[in-house]
Write a protein that binds this ligand. Structure first.
Ligand code: MG
Length: 323
């Protein structure tokens, strides 16, 4: 497909749209870079830079962005400016924004800052609950349920993250039934979306389908489910495709592949939004996202953080620009 004029390729890289049967016709791309990505960086990014990053993401067409987290500034100093950030952002009403809240205090702070949708988080494994949440699995689920019920009483949608849904570096494989039980409890508490996290990137497509079967067996609708894959072992897009075939239509990703899990050694890399969007567009699934503008936004941010993007699509687009 490459044409040349005077030796220079003029083909602008873009996926060819060839739909596959039986997949959702639209997908919600849930951008976690400003929160999940930046909280994992050792460098604290100035608030003004975060504001510009988020505005660039929205200009590139992202419609759902997780902005920040109202966890204790002592835990995560990178996001200590949550209220200030919220005050400075001017985004169109058409953009859905979500903030993470760890407890009722966090919910109060988020509401005071103008949050209209919140997210809570739990763990499917005891060791991760202990290390990351300073709690047990049941304790964390109960605490999250309280926040969910309070936020729902105020009319806010609530997303609930379950971490370590596929495997855990301390406990090994995680039974799908355990994740499904936690999912059922969170839905019963009023969670409007569940994001099933592969925190260490250990999932493979058959495991994804098995977990979604277990979720369905608990009577949870697939339209309630989002999936949060990490590309640690290069499996993220294969896992997305498996989930698409099961009807999942919401996926978490981070622009430029920002972020890692600071609690799970070696667990690098949220799925890059650019890599996800390239595949979705190739499947004929519209996202409203301009891939080149998005790659520009994440490259701009990577320069400010001081390391290059691990995203394949970002690097390929950059290489094409240089030729
Ligand atoms: Mg992540």
């Amino acid at each position: 497909m490459t044409e040349t004029v005077a030796g220079s390729p003029i083909w602008k890289p873009a996926p060819h749209r060839v739909p596959a049967p039986g997949l959702p016709t639209s997908v919600r791309v849930y951008e976690v870079g400003p929160r999940d990505g930046l909280q994992a960086e050792t460098k604290v990014i100035p608030t003004a830079t975060k504001v510009e990053f988020i505005e660039r993401l929205v200009t590139a067409g992202l419609r759902t962005v997780e902005l920040t987290s109202f966890v204790s500034p002592r835990w995560i100093p990178q996001l200590a400016d949550a209220a200030d950030l919220m005050g400075r952002l001017k985004l169109p009403d058409s953009v859905s924004t979500v903030v993470l809240v760890p407890n009722l205090t966090g919910l109060e702070r988020a509401l005071a800052a103008g949050a209209t949708e919140v997210a809570v988080f739990v763990s499917a494994t005891e060791e991760f609950a202990k290390r990351n949440l300073n709690n047990t699995v049941d304790g964390a689920v109960s605490a999250a349920a309280q926040v969910i019920e309070s936020a729902r009483a105020l009319g806010l949608p609530v997303r609930a993250y379950i971490s370590m849904c596929f495997g855990d570096p301390w406990e090994g494989a995680v039974p799908t039934s355990r994740v499904a039980d936690i999912a059922r409890t969170l839905v019963d508490s009023g969670a409007t979306t569940l994001s099933l996290g592969d925190t260490i990137g250990i999932a493979t497509p058959g495991h994804v389908l098995a977990l979604l079967d277990a979720i369905r067996e608990r009577g949870i609708g697939i339209d309630t489910i989002a999936m949060h894959f990490h590309d640690t072992y290069g499996q993220a897009l294969a896992n997305v495709y498996a989930a698409l075939t099961a009807g999942v239509s919401e996926f978490d990703s981070a622009a430029g592949g920002l972020g890692r899990c600071p609690y799970a050694k070696g667990a690098t890399g949220n799925l890059a939004t650019e890599d996800l969007v390239w595949m979705l567009h190739g499947l004929g699934i519209d996202t409203g996202i301009d891939l080149n503008a998005l790659a520009d936004a994440s490259s701009w941010m990577a320069e400010r953080i001081g390391h290059t993007s691990p995203a394949r699509v970002v690097n390929a687009l950059r290489a094409a620009q240089r030729t």
